[in-house]
Design a protein. Sequence first.
Length: 428
Amino acid sequence: REPPARESVPQAGDPELRLLHRVGVVDPDSLDDYRAHGGYIALRNALRAGPAEVIKQVTDAKLMGRGGAAFPTGRKWDSTASQPVRPHYLVCNADESEPGTFKDRILMEGDPFSVIESMTIAGFATGCAKGYLYIRGEYPRATRRLANAIAQARERGFLGRSIMGHEGVDFDIEIRRGAGAYICGEETALFNSIEGYRGEPRSKPPLPVEEGLFGKPTVVNNVETLVNVPLILIEGGEAYARIGTERSTGTRLFCLSGTVARPGLYEVPFGTTLRELLDLAGGVPEERTLRAVLLGGAAGGFVRPGELDLPLTMEGAQEAGTTLGSGVVLVFDDTVNLPAMLLRIASFFRDESCGQCVPCRVGTVRQEEALQRMAGGKAPPDGDDLALLREVGQVMRDSSICGLGQTAWNAVESAIDRLGTLSKGGPA
Ligand code: NAD
Ligand code: SF4
């Protein structure tokens, strides 16, 4: 069953929305309606400006990736565009799987043509004639709408050869569906999946901008990152950069769930505080007491009730010892059994580890076992489970091949160090 998309967007139609401004307003199945709501103005501007100017505008905007790692998009595009090897590929990473994340689904279901237009601009700027849209297999409605958008765009000359009548500007998109593996959202595992191999990450370097899909220079962008691009091409990079803060520009989508009055998807400028964001969602219900907020998802970190004035910026989150990640905000009250929740996270990582490298394959199992013993009040066979968790966590962080293993201990460590969870006599 698919949950209704619109119920997750309480602010639909709000004039202050930028990324979500068409969601819940435009007919997602109609190219004409998309155009009536400002669609394809940005692509026209891009085609007039030329690839170098498009990259300059994105660089001036200081756009950073919204998949989790916040790498500067302009730099990534420039690196791909300047590679002499051909062809270049574009990949839109729509394998949104971080627990608690649903922002890309809302964008794809509610405004699919904007994803297609944004990919076309990115492909034009970086010299790609082909783009792959790798979408999570559990997103059937988004897949249907995107497939329909691609077909309509192709039929009307917005995809294919000589886009919008510009001779020599060719770009097309193919959809590839994931099959339920979290690890296939990791960019190099995703390449393997598209190429027909087992979805296992590759060692980096070489970076995808040099040697990516089919061994060719490849630019990989998250859905939310891409849908910022039309805004930049309509208002200009410098104007875009005036929204948010000096280092974190633009707006950001946050996925709120847990103990808040109105869970759902919220768009706010960077620099909004966590308290303001929670207030937008109606705050913690009166009869409940806030215990902690998990920022950045399973690989993120906990924020305590006394730290809610934390500004939601990349740098603010980093200073607080966490990350904004892919925009996950999980709110816990004091009735939540945190050790059980940490065990759930550990089981998730153990389950989703691809098993390719030892630190992660073994470490995620050892981590889960220790948490199981601790949750059951059992003593370890020898030694101290807290010390074991730290040792195993550090080894995973230092020596795993990819981000899954490197971050599999983050939330557990944060709960121990910041909330006192699992410590002897400490709160649950
Ligand atoms: P990363 O820091 O290795 O890379 C980020 C991006 O920048 C990649 O595309 C990489 O190729 C590129 N890059 C890095 N250095 C570069 C350079 N010098 N030149 C050009 N490009 C360069 O991070 P990652 O492992 O790709 O991603 C980790 C993030 O993924 C985590 O922060 C996590 O929050 C997030 N994540 C998101 C989801 C989701 O569902 N959205 C799921 C799991 C993890
Ligand atoms: Fe696979 Fe884990 Fe190693 Fe990543 S860190 S390659 S998920 S075993």
